[in-house]
Design a protein around this ligand. Structure first.
Ligand SMILES: C[S@@+](CC[C@H](N)C(=O)[O-])C[C@H]1O[C@@H](n2cnc3c(N)ncnc32)[C@H](O)[C@@H]1O
Length: 253
């Protein structure tokens, strides 16, 4: 048996690379025509968010959003944690899937602070994000599925679980990590969440490939046994149209 293919090698995914150059050249995500459905409120709001120039490249690409949506729709978790709300794009993908499954709640954590332009964010972000993501969820018809939790992630997560644990109400079945991409930051989020992740639960990390420009998530995954209490099966996914990468961890013990 040879070595597994390197998911960063474009030869394995020639079509995705062609798409990547289109998105990168335009400097925006391309909302797929087959999702352009004005009669579906959450897709309408999602399309508006992708039309916002600030959504590129920091928001989850539509293709990666579809992947996350399908995962949540099929697994039908009762409680999901998200770190990194940003403009609310990934929140809508998750909350819509919970809604279609007919049950479940999303708790999304972000500091909602103003942001200056940077290499991965050419446009500045003003304050007022909490208000705008809350309004977007309401317009999408998903206000009952998602709660936003402002604050620094590890701290707000510990607080969230501390409040629920005494009631035996802290268990989660899926977490999506997309906030602080430094190694220390993502490890702190992982450590806050993992004690509450049910056996059989899933943890999804975004930005695990070299192209993402950050090494925190990939370092955590590479040395997972050092940082984790549980045992995990791991799937490293290539994401179109740009391979920022996604790793799915399935807790089996
Ligand atoms: C890449 S964006 C999230 C994108 C979002 N998941 C999506 O796909 O639509 C990262 C977000 O995490 C937030 N963030 C980064 N570090 C954080 C921390 N330590 N605590 C709280 N929020 C943080 C940033 O403010 C930003 O809104």
């Amino acid at each position: 048996m040879g070595a597994p293919p390197d998911p960063n090698t474009s030869m394995h995914f020639p079509h995705a690379e062609l798409d990547a150059s289109a998105a990168a050249r335009l400097g925006r995500w391309i909302f797929p025509a087959f999702l352009d459905n004005p009669s579906c409120p959450w897709l309408r709001v999602l399309k508006d968010l992708y039309d916002d120039p600030r959504s590129f490249p920091s928001s989850l690409a539509p293709e990666a959003g579809l992947l996350l949506h399908a995962l949540v729709r099929n697994l039908a978790p009762r409680r999901v944690i998200e770190t990194g709300t940003y403009l609310g794009v990934s929140s809508l993908w998750i909350a819509a899937a919970l809604d279609e499954a007919g049950a479940g709640e999303l708790h999304s954590f972000d500091n909602f602070e103003a942001m200056t332009p940077g290499p991965w964010r050419p446009n500045p972000l003003a304050t007022g994000r909490l208000e705008s993501v809350t309004a977007a969820a309401a317009r999408a018809g998903l206000a009952d599925r998602v709660r936003y939790h402002p604050g620094n992630c590890p701290h707000a997560l510990h607080q969230f679980f501390r409040d629920r644990a005494p009631r035996g109400d802290s268990r989660i079945e899926l977490a999506f990590l997309d906030a602080d991409h430094s190694f220390e930051g993502v490890r702190a989020e992982f450590r806050a969440i993992e004690p509450h992740l049910a056996p059989g639960g899933y943890l999804v990390l975004h930005d695990t490939s070299r192209l993402s420009g950050c090494d925190g998530p990939s370092r955590l995954v590479a040395d997972l046994p050092q940082h984790a209490q549980g045992q995990y099966a791991l799937v490293d996914l290539y994401t179109a149209p740009v391979n920022f990468g996604m790793v799915v961890l399935h807790r089996w013990e």
